[in-house]
Design a protein around this ligand. Structure first.
Ligand code: ADP
Length: 521
């Protein structure tokens, strides 16, 4: 709106200055041409001696016709005739000669009437009142308008109009200009006097004020329209931004489900889409963090529980031994043996937990080298041969043909294999069968299979979770074995798969990427 007003103001100022220059020039031209005409007619009335009466009539006639003030001065600038200030519209009364109207040409030139006869501005010449009744006179009315002037002639043979009747039409639509133009009478060498014109109707000022009001109205209308348009356009622009700000506010106060309800493909629409995508990612990241936090909580609770069990057992043995149980050698030996196994269990759990957290954090440096797969299987299986024998389980290690080399951290890979073999022996009923082997078909596989009930399908999705133990699992354990296997294998870039055949048994496979396996020399 301000811009529109400013523009209108500048254009208006320019237009007004142009109009002023034009009207000023028009006024000067008008005064000069009227003055020149009067000067030409004044010249014979100044020679040889000035005729003040005729000059006064000339001044008044010229003043009436031009609606200006006319002064005629002598060569020494003394005033000879002065029409006085004009105020229009005006009415002139001219007494007509008796022959007018009877002659064939009863429409004499206006100048001859004005110059040759008595005339008077009504109300200024009381001689009209002294005229005999029935005197014919000419009523000349001058009407000045901003765009021109017209004279209305009316021959009347009755009494002249009264002052009050004329007064109803006497109103000057304009002010008077204070510009004065003076032209010499006679040529430059013989100047006998001057005609001076002033007090012309100030049509310039009227035109300028009309132009200014028109520009002002136009500027106000334009700025009003600009304001209304700006309001609508502004609303259209700010509404989507407000929605976006609202959504951002809600999100900053914790509501991650909030989305910006902005449509469209313009910049704001694209911004809203990106905002919504960001909100989507933020929400899923938070969900992941929360899930991880829950897992961590569960892990800590499970770990404390697992650690508490052997500690409680040790505490109980210790108290019983101190309270006299130590006197009985058999009981004492049994408690000490059981304590030893609980201490080993504690050691095993803490070692595994430590290993797990190291592997998960990625801070562990694997000591990777090429190792013979058969040797590794034999080494891992060695510790369980006696246990298998004790439980009447057929335990076989199938050596890969040709021999296979695996690039891995041998100590850690053997722990993973041990955990799998340990489970296989644990969950195989007496008289069953456990087999371990390795092969290379695309990727290298180290596998452990056992006969038996296999894994309960309910447990299957959870067996690699920390501290998860099968619902019907009565065997000793902590639920960390398979979790550790998974972490070790993943640290090597591989993964653990399981083939489950309920009622028949299952097979666990450590699959390592091909780059991790080479043929052993
Ligand atoms: P743990 O053996 O200490 O219970 P694991 O993490 O080693 O813990 O195993 C998790 C669960 O997976 C076991 O409780 C058991 O239910 C199931 N499981 C693992 N290995 C076998 C297997 N060879 N046969 C049947 N079930 C198994």
């Amino acid at each position: 709106m301000l811009l529109t007003l400013l523009t209108a103001g500048l254009v208006g100022a320019l237009a007004i200055s142009l109009v002023k220059r034009y009207t000023d020039q028009q006024e000067i031209d008008y005064l000069t041409s009227n003055a020149n005409a009067a000067a030409r007619q004044a010249l014979p009335l100044m020679i040889p001696n000035a005729n003040p009466y005729e000059l006064q009539q000339l001044a008044q006639t010229a003043a009436f016709l031009g609606n200006v003030r006319v002064r005629i001065r002598d060569a020494a600038s003394g005033v000879i005739a002065d029409s006085g200030a004009q105020s229009g519209p005006d009415t002139f009364v001219m007494i007509l000669p008796p022959d007018i109207g009877n002659t064939p040409d009863n429409s004499p030139s206006m100048m001859s009437i004005l110059l040759g006869r008595r005339h008077a501005a009504r109300g200024q010449d009381s001689s009209l009142d002294r005229m005999p009744p029935g005197t014919r006179y000419m009523l000349v009315e001058r009407e000045d308008g901003p765009w021109g002037r017209r004279f209305v002639f009316q021959a009347v043979s009755n009494t002249p109009p009264t002052e009050s009747a004329a007064a109803t039409t006497a109103s000057d639509p304009t002010g008077r200009s204070n510009r004065t133009v003076s032209v010499p009478i006679g040529d430059a060498a013989h100047t006998v006097g001057y005609v001076e014109l002033s007090g012309a109707p100030d049509f310039g000022a009227a035109t300028i004020s009309a132009t200014a009001s028109a520009i002002l109205v136009a500027a106000l209308a334009a700025s009003l329209v600009a304001g209304i348009v700006a309001l609508f356009v502004g609303r259209g622009l700010t509404a989507p931004l407000n929605k976006l700000a609202l959504a951002a506010n809600r999100m900053s106060s914790g509501d991650l489900t909030t989305r910006a309800q902005v449509t469209g493909n313009d910049e704001t629409g694209q911004l809203a889409q990106q905002f919504n995508q960001m909100a989507e990612r933020l929400q899923s990241s938070f969900a992941e963090i929360e899930a991880e936090r829950d897992t961590l909580r569960r892990f800590i609770a499970d770990a404390s529980h697992e650690l508490r069990t052997p500690i409680t057992a040790l505490k109980t043995f210790n108290e019983l031994l101190r309270n006299g149980a130590a006197d009985d050698m058999d009981v004492r030996s049994e408690f000490l043996t059981e304590s030893q196994s609980q201490i080993e269990r504690l050691g095993w759990i803490t070692r595994n937990l430590l290993d797990l957290s190291r592997l998960d954090s990625g801070f562990v440096n694997l000591d990777v080298a090429a190792h013979d797969a058969g040797e590794m299987l034999q080494a891992a299986a060695g510790a369980f041969k006696q246990a298998a024998l004790d439980r009447d389980i057929t335990f076989n290690v199938i050596q890969p043909e040709p021999p296979l080399a695996v690039n891995c951290d041998r100590a850690r890979m053997e722990i993973a294999l041990s955990n799998l073999i340990d489970n296989a022996i644990k969950y195989t009923p007496s008289g069953g069968r456990v087999t371990v082997g390795a092969d290379a078909a695309g990727s290298i596989r180290l596998w452990v299979e056992n006969s038996g009930a296999g894994i309960d399908p309910v447990d299957l999705p959870h067996i690699f979770e920390r501290f998860y133990r099968g619902k019907g699992s009565n065997a000793r354990g902590s639920g960390l074995g398979l979790a550790l296997v998974k972490s070790v294998v993943q640290a090597h870039g591989g993964h653990v798969a399981v083939q489950n055949d309920p009622g028949q048994g299952c097979r666990f496979m450590i699959e390592l990427p091909e780059s991790g396996a080479t043929a052993a020399g």
